[in-house]
Design a protein around this ligand. Structure first.
Ligand SMILES: C[S@@+](CC[C@H](N)C(=O)[O-])C[C@H]1O[C@@H](n2cnc3c(N)ncnc32)[C@H](O)[C@@H]1O
Length: 192
């Protein structure tokens, strides 16, 4: 039977091959905490996840979820925008971060969910690029379908294509206006 994987599943599969126990990683858009939880399991009890979200309720729900699963001790959650991440990541981890995950847009089901915005997303992508190690990678899933999403998606695509030193590990750029796209990029060629 043919099953089509979601972009989230694809980004997780890539992360499974690249993230090692003990790594330090960032979830730039915590939301319901599914990516945060996945990352916490990948880095193990010697690693650490730093998570950012503007929505207080998302952070509260995720804290509870991670506690129930037993991985909260390896996660630090910040109720601030990812555009400030550089201030919050301990200096010793600059250029030591293995991965930064961006799942852009808004949180479905949340009334008045915060929505990621082109300007702040670009600031955060530049910070993420400075924070990752030579073996590190950034995963970005973007959504053109909602209001403001097309502009943000174009910004993400320009940011990737203007970044001449990057290597693209995975790219999906849908021809349909309403379907999400994805980039997974790193500083050096991908070798599993
Ligand atoms: C698509 S959801 C993320 C889904 C999440 N990764 C998960 O596993 O459930 C996007 C999230 O980005 C958050 N967000 C919006 N603007 C943000 C910003 N400037 N910094 C950090 N998070 C932001 C929203 O509050 C929302 O929770």
């Amino acid at each position: 039977m043919y099953t089509k994987k979601s972009l989230v599943e694809i980004s997780h599969e890539m992360a499974e091959t690249l993230i090692n126990k003990g790594d330090k990683v960032i979830d730039a858009t915590v939301g319901n905490g599914f990516d945060t939880c996945f990352l916490a399991e990948q880095v193990g009890n010697k690693g650490h996840v730093f998570g950012f979200d503007l929505q207080e309720q998302a952070i509260k729900n995720t804290r509870k979820y991670l506690k129930n699963i037993g991985v909260l001790d390896r996660v630090t959650l910040f109720n601030v925008g990812h555009e400030s991440m550089f201030q919050y990541i301990p200096k010793v981890y600059i250029e030591e971060i293995k991965s930064v995950f961006f799942n852009l847009g808004y949180l479905p089901g949340f009334v008045n969910s915060s929505i990621t915005k082109p300007e702040t997303t670009l600031l955060a992508l530049n910070m993420a690029w400075r924070l990752i190690s030579n073996e590190g990678f950034i995963s970005i899933i973007y959504y053109p379908g909602h209001s403001g999403g097309e502009e943000e998606s174009q910004c993400v695509k320009s940011w990737v294509s203007n970044n001449k030193t990057k290597y693209i590990y995975y790219e999906f750029n849908s021809q349909s206006k309403n379907r999400p796209g994805c980039f997974i990029i790193g500083k050096y060629p991908y070798s599993s």
